[in-house]
Design a protein around this ligand. Structure first.
Ligand code: ASP
Length: 347
């Protein structure tokens, strides 16, 4: 991943990486600056897909399209691409070798409307089904069989999402399980391997949208649902303030209402970078300063500032008037060492 060149970053970049050391913009200062839009921020740093993701969203918004369309189509890139083993088609399956996908959407322009699916099987683009739940029903979430029936009713085709590579990965995991799986002994620490995409967008009208989509944790228990489809945890948008999305240990994110918390911090005047770090700090404090997992937030605000804060592993991609790029954000702690990882129960 390319590291950040701080010197080239402009005023509107949100002071990414600078953390709490720099003063936050006051509301009046931010109001005076021309808004940095359109803007796309994604948690996805996989080099096979990241540029296509941000560019897809950027092109839609540059052509006058909405933040919601941009975020959905950009997420579809990741969901459809088998080189991304953490989202949609080609992702690692659950413990029984099939996929149960989670996704959420939130549309600032539509009075912060929401939609979600959880444990959806056999559909490549769960975020688009979540969008239909938002746009075409009075419900906010459909799960499992009901979500699949709804998707098929709207013309989605059932497909086998298990690529040969993912199947081999799963078989390898099965063959090497020993005592390392998701059934923890009491009080065991955890850093489940997982992967997720958040796409946050700010369009030319100043409207904000967000999408989160994931396989969840690799080889998770059948029926497990994480933070990604939970509004306020894996995703939150407030069209007056900004948006945030989470990746990493979903259970911990839900416990802390992570994305809602980040947006509320921005509402109180923190920059996106400061808000992401503040919530990570809260989680870290609740784990006596040594969480044995990662949690990462990306965020943007109404002015077009953005940031990324994490406990242990950071990085995100951006596209604005200065083009596509990958930036570092800031992690509060070093990565877990190999010895620490080896001591975790399922590896
Ligand atoms: N947050 C996701 C979940 O818990 C996984 C991840 O982002 O790695 O389902």
């Amino acid at each position: 991943m390319r590291s950040v060149d701080l010197s080239r970053r402009g005023f509107l970049s949100g002071f990414v990486g600078a953390g709490l050391a720099l003063p936050s913009l006051t509301t009046s200062a931010a109001a005076q600056a021309p808004p940095n839009r359109p803007l796309v921020v994604t948690s996805k740093t996989n080099n096979a897909v990241r540029e296509e993701i941000t560019t897809t969203a950027w092109d839609i918004m540059r052509a006058g399209g909405s933040a919601m369309d941009a975020a959905e189509r950009a997420t579809n890139v990741s969901e459809r691409d088998p080189r991304d083993a953490t989202v949609g088609y080609g992702g690692d399956p659950n413990e029984d070798g099939f996929h149960q996908l989670d996704a959420a959407v939130m549309n600032g322009a539509d009075n912060n409307n929401i939609g979600a699916v959880a444990a959806l099987e056999n559909i490549k683009t769960p975020s688009s089904v979540a969008r239909l739940v938002m746009d075409r029903t009075d419900h906010w979430m459909l799960v499992g069989r009901g979500a699949l029936r709804f998707a098929k009713m709207h013309g989605f085709e059932e497909e086998n999402l298990l690529t040969e590579e993912a199947r081999q990965h799963w078989v390898d995991w099965k063959e090497n399980l020993s005592n390392r799986d998701y059934y923890f002994p009491p009080s065991a620490p955890s850093e489940p391997p997982g992967g997720t995409i958040n796409v946050l967008t700010l369009d030319g009208n100043g409207d904000i949208a967000g999408v989160t989509s994931t396989i969840g944790h690799h080889f998770k228990l059948v029926g497990r649902v994480g933070d990604s489809p939970i509004i306020g945890a894996g995703l939150y948008v407030d069209n007056e303030v900004g948006a945030a999305g989470a990746t990493g240990h979903g259970e911990e994110c839900v416990k802390n209402s992570g994305s809602f918390h980040v947006v509320e911090m921005m509402r109180q005047g923190l920059s996106p970078q400061e808000a992401c770090e503040a919530v990570c700090q809260r989680v870290m404090d609740r784990h006596n300063g040594k969480p044995m997992f990662n949690l990462k937030f990306v965020a943007l605000d109404k002015q077009g500032r953005y940031g990324c804060g994490a406990l242990r592993r950071t990085g995100f991609a951006v596209h604005d008037g200065r083009g596509h790029r990958v930036e570092d954000g800031r992690a509060l702690l070093p990565r877990l060492t190999q010895a620490e990882l080896d001591a975790l129960p399922w590896r």
